[in-house]
Design a protein around this ligand. Structure first.
Ligand SMILES: Cc1ncc(COP(=O)(O)O)c(C=O)c1O
Length: 454
C-alpha cells in the first residue's frame, strides 16, 4: 500500500442545515456521465486526448429543426441563417447548411469560409460594422445580401455602384436598432428606428438612386430571456415596412430578426435554473408571429430570417477535461487544477456551466474552485462547483459549451485541443486536430541575425 500524503488538518465552520436561497446542493448530489451519445468518455480521451471538445450532430440537427419548426408553424415564410461567429468549424457549418441554413457572416474571413464550403453568394448574409472595399466588391458581385450598418457604408456601396455602371442598383438591406424594453439596448449597430434616424437613412438611400433597399435587419442582443422583446422588435420593424412603403415606395422582401435566443445555459447571477429561467422557443415564435400579423401592411409577408447562433449550437457542445491536481487553498477552499481553462472556455466569465463527472465518487460534496492550466490568476472556470473529492485523472464534462467557445478559444500558453463530432449514427469523427508548434509559429519570421548558435 502506498504511503498517503500528509494533509494539514483544517477547521471549518459547519454550514449544513442552513436554508440556501440559491438552491440546495445535497451533499451527495452529483451528475455522473460515462458517455456522450453512446460513446464512452474514456474511449474518447484515449483516442483524442484531453481536453477535448465534442459536438453531437444529433443534438445540433434537432435544435436547428426545432427552431425552424417553432417559427414555421406560425408564419408562412421562414428561413434560418447560420451565424458563423458562434461556431465556424467547417463540419458544424456544413451540418447546418445541410439543414438548409443560409450563412450569416460578419467579416471577409467568415465570408471566405462560407464560399469555401460551397455556399453561393446569394445564400450569404453579410453583416457587421466593418466591411472593407474588397469584401464589399466581392459580396456585390456574388449577389450576397449586404446589411448596411452606417452611412459611410452607404457611400462605399454607392461608389461601387457608380463604378460598375449600367444603371443597375445594388440591392441591400439596412440594419436597425431600437428600444425593445430590455437592457442593455444594443444601439451601436445600424440606424435607430425610434429616433427617426432609420427613416432618414432610407430617404437618403432612395434619393441617392444607386442602391435598392430590399431587407430590414436587427439583432437586439444575445441570450435574451424576454420573448416580449422580440414581439416589440417585430412590431416596430413591421410598422417600419409599412412606413417606408408608403413614404418612399420601398418594398421590403426580407425581415431579418437576427439571433439572440437563449440556450439552456445559466448566466452567472441568475437564481433560477435554466429549465425555469428560459422560456421555450415557441413563446418567442408566438410573440413574433403575433406582432407581425398585427403590424405588417395587409397582404405583405416578407421572408422572416433568423440568425440564431447559441440557441442552435450551444447544447450540442461539450468540453471534456481532466483533473490534474487537487489543492487546498489557504482560506480552506478546495481547488482543482484542470487541463482546460478560460483559454478553452472563454464564456465561463459569464456562464456557470453544468459539470458532470465520468465516474461514481464517494464522499461529501464541497464547493471547489476549478482552475485551468494558464498560470494566470484569472484562469477560473468555476468559483464554487459542488463536487465530491476528486482524484487526479477524473474527467469533468462541461456543458453546454457549443456557442462561442471554439471560435473564441485562445492559443495562449497552451495549444488548442482537438474537436470531434459524434455523428447521428454514433460514429466519432475528428473535425479539428489538436494543434502543435507548427500551427503557432507558421506565420512567424525569425530574422537571421537573431538565430542562436547551435
Ligand atoms: C448580427 C448577428 N446575428 C446573429 C448573431 C448570433 O447571436 P446569438 O448567438 O445570440 O443567437 C449575432 C451575435 O452577436 C450577431 O451579431
Amino acid at each position: 500500500m502506498s504511503k498517503r500524503v500528509y494533509e494539514k488538518p483544517l477547521l471549518r465552520k459547519l454550514e449544513t442545515g442552513f436554508l440556501n436561497k440559491f438552491g440546495a446542493s445535497p451533499a451527495y448530489a452529483r451528475r455522473v456521465r460515462e458517455e456522450i451519445d453512446g460513446v464512452p468518455i474514456a474511449t474518447l480521451v484515449e483516442q483524442f486526448g484531453s481536453p477535448l471538445y465534442l459536438f453531437s450532430e444529433r443534438r445540433l440537427r434537432a435544435r436547428a429543426r426545432r427552431l425552424r419548426e417553432a417559427f414555421a408553424q406560425r408564419y408562412p415564410n421562414v428561413e434560418l441563417a447560420w451565424s458563423y461567429k458562434t461556431n465556424y468549424l467547417r463540419a458544424i457549418c456544413a451540418v447546418l447548411h445541410g439543414e438548409g441554413a443560409l450563412a450569416e457572416v460578419v467579416s471577409a474571413f467568415e465570408y471566405e469560409k462560407a464560399r469555401g464550403l460551397g455556399v453561393p453568394g446569394e445564400r450569404i448574409i453579410f453583416n457587421g460594422p466593418l466591411k472593407r472595399r474588397a469584401a464589399l466588391e466581392r459580396a456585390v458581385a456574388e449577389g450576397a445580401r449586404i446589411n448596411v450598418d452606417h452611412l459611410d457604408e452607404v457611400s462605399d456601396l454607392e461608389a461601387l455602384a457608380a463604378e460598375r455602371g449600367g444603371g443597375k442598383p445594388i440591392e441591400i438591406g439596412i440594419r436597425v436598432n431600437m428600444d425593445t424594453g430590455i437592457q442593455p439596448q444594443w444601439s451601436r449597430f445600424g440606424f435607430n428606428l425610434d429616433s427617426g434616424q432609420a427613416l432618414d437613412a432610407v430617404k437618403r438611400i432612395v434619393a441617392g438612386g444607386r442602391l435598392r433597399i430590399r431587407g430590414l435587419h436587427a439583432h437586439i442582443g444575445t441570450f435574451i430571456l424576454a420573448p416580449e422583446a422580440y414581439g416589440q422588435a417585430a412590431a416596430k420593424m413591421a410598422r417600419f415596412i409599412g412606413e417606408v412603403r408608403e413614404q418612399c415606395g420601398v418594398e421590403i422582401e426580407d425581415l431579418d430578426l437576427g439571433g439572440g435566443f437563449p440556450s439552456r445555459s445559466r448566466l452567472k447571477g441568475t437564481y433560477l435554473p435554466p429549465d425555469m429561467a428560459i422560456a421555450p422557443i415557441d413563446d418567442y415564435a408566438e410573440k413574433v408571429a403575433e406582432a407581425l400579423y398585427a403590424n405588417l401592411p395587409a397582404g405583405v409577408f416578407p421572408r422572416l430570417l433568423l440568425e440564431s447562433g447559441r440557441a442552435v449550437v450551444d447544447e450540442a457542445g461539450y468540453l471534456i477535461t481532466t483533473v490534474w491536481a487537487a489543492k487546498r487553498l489557504p482560506d480552506g477552499r478546495r481547488a482543482y487544477v484542470l487541463d482546460a481553462g478560460v483559454n478553452n472556455l472563454f464564456t465561463s466569465f459569464w456562464y456557470k456551466f453544468q459539470i458532470e463527472i465520468d465516474r461514481e465518487v464517494r464522499g461529501l460534496n464541497e464547493a471547489a474552485m476549478l482552475n485551468g492550466p494558464l498560470c494566470m490568476n484569472i484562469d477560473v472556470l468555476d468559483e464554487a462547483a459542488q463536487l465530491p473529492p476528486l482524484e487526479r485523472g477524473t474527467r469533468l464534462i462541461f456543458s453546454p459549451v457549443g456557442a462561442y467557445n471554439v471560435t473564441q478559444s485562445m492559443q495562449f500558453i497552451e495549444y488548442r485541443p482537438a474537436v470531434v463530432l459524434v455523428g447521428s449514427a454514433g460514429q466519432v469523427e475528428l473535425i479539428r486536430e489538436a494543434e502543435d508548434l507548427t500551427d503557432i509559429e507558421r506565420r512567424e519570421r525569425l530574422p537571421e541575425r537573431l538565430r542562436l548558435d547551435p
